[in-house]
Design a protein around this ligand. Sequence first.
Ligand SMILES: C[S@@+](CC[C@H](N)C(=O)[O-])C[C@H]1O[C@@H](n2cnc3c(N)ncnc32)[C@H](O)[C@@H]1O
Length: 213
Amino acid sequence: MEERPEAEVGVGPWEGPWPEGAHWDPELLRDGDRRNVVDRYRYWSMEAVVADLDTRRHPFHVAIENWGHDFNIGSVVRTANAMGAAAFHVVGRRRWNRRGAMVTDRYQHEHHHADAAGLTAWAATAGPDGGRLPLVGIDNLPGSVPLETHDLPRACVLVLGQEGPGLTPAMQEACDVVLHIAQFGSTRSVNAGAAAAVAMHAWVRRHVFDQHP
Ligand SMILES: C[S@@+](CC[C@H](N)C(=O)[O-])C[C@H]1O[C@@H](n2cnc3c(N)ncnc32)[C@H](O)[C@@H]1O
């Protein structure tokens, strides 16, 4: 079989006179920018990208419980970055496998909470004007209601459980509501990373594109 040359990602060194402005990163201008960033941020320093994102992040947060070693967290964080989440929260063990995040975690605000009570305490004053942010559980548990017909709050925390056990009883108790994603096959569940993406996109459809359920 014919060998294909490996496609180079990103852009090479800046050609021509260097642009002026504090957001440009001299090393990237000199060496090229091979990061997984949208074209708008080519050659920008990481600090400048974070500062720019901070001006237009959405008011939803994403939290995921981390009691074992959940390889889905990286994927959740990457999607949280793409969908413009305000921040991501890891509840339980502080350490998580960053590989799947593909460096997107460095552009996001990260919070850690020891347990459901910690997330609840944080959310109590994290809403608009210092009010409470509702916790919206995402899991297909008895008593959960369909995500597809539920009007997601604008400012909220979408809370995912982890592979295996799903949302802990303490987290279920802490949530204002638990929403399930409709399924039509034989599997009990989708993976937590996929569920997180569906839930975040439902928020985007509702609050960015005004598509009411
Ligand atoms: C593998 S599931 C675990 C448990 C699941 N409740 C069960 O009965 O098997 C892991 C996580 O993915 C998310 N998830 C998976 N399928 C889902 C669905 N259909 N609706 C909502 N969340 C789902 C939830 O956050 C859940 O805690």
